[in-house]
Design a protein around this ligand. Structure first.
Ligand SMILES: Cc1cc2nc3c(=O)[nH]c(=O)nc-3n(C[C@H](O)[C@H](O)[C@H](O)COP(=O)(O)O)c2cc1C
Length: 170
């Protein structure tokens, strides 16, 4: 097999259809009232049933990785197809301040993490980081699950495939 370039790799991996999550945390050290941070992520998966573990792969230079290096608890909201605008907003780099990012979004605070959990998302998981594994230009953050909530039994997922948000089956 020929050596792969980053573009070949991206083109191939873009064919792996993925669900879209919003990873969130409350960073108590940022400002007097603390700051909420969020990042759109498709590299989120379940890892283990005993104990319950999940994993998210974060770009090492991202704001979220910086926050999770000092804040152990975080949340992942599994977005529904009607929440595409949330995914788009939290994938932007440095366009609007973190506080404004959450301004018109309906959320509640996770009891364990204090992180914003998106209301109307399909489901949400709160966890505490158990292991951080550097992996190239990313860090694999493995979290012990503290709580799970399923919100919308009938809801359809937001998916990402070949560089675009999709509805399942479209
Ligand atoms: C659909 C989609 C999925 C993404 N998944 C991830 C991911 O799993 N891990 C990651 O580190 N960045 C991912 N990103 C990029 C981040 O959302 C983006 O870099 C981040 O929000 C910008 O913040 P930063 O400037 O601190 O990196 C994804 C972007 C999009 C549009």
């Amino acid at each position: 097999m020929p050596e792969a370039t980053a573009d070949d790799f991206k083109a191939a991996m873009s064919r792996l259809a993925a669900g879209v999550t919003l990873i969130t945390a409350h960073d108590p050290e940022d400002g007097p009232a603390g700051e909420d941070v969020g990042m759109t992520a498709t590299a989120f998966m379940s890892v283990s049933l005993d104990p319950l573990l999940v994993l998210v792969s974060l770009r090492a230079e991202s704001r979220m990785e910086e926050v999770l290096s000092r804040q152990p608890c975080w949340a992942a909201s599994i977005l529904s197809e009607s929440q595409r605008h949330i995914a788009g907003r939290f994938a932007m780099r440095g366009r609007i301040s973190d506080r404004l990012l959450f301004e018109d979004i309906s959320y509640y605070r996770g009891a364990h993490s204090g992180a914003p959990v998106v209301s109307g998302s399909l489901a949400a998981v709160e966890c505490r980081t158990e292991q951080r594994v550097p992996a190239g230009d990313h860090v694999l953050v493995i979290g012990r699950v503290l709580s799970v909530r399923t919100h919308s039994p009938e809801g359809a997922p937001l998916t990402y495939f070949r560089g675009r948000y999709r509805r399942l089956g479209s």
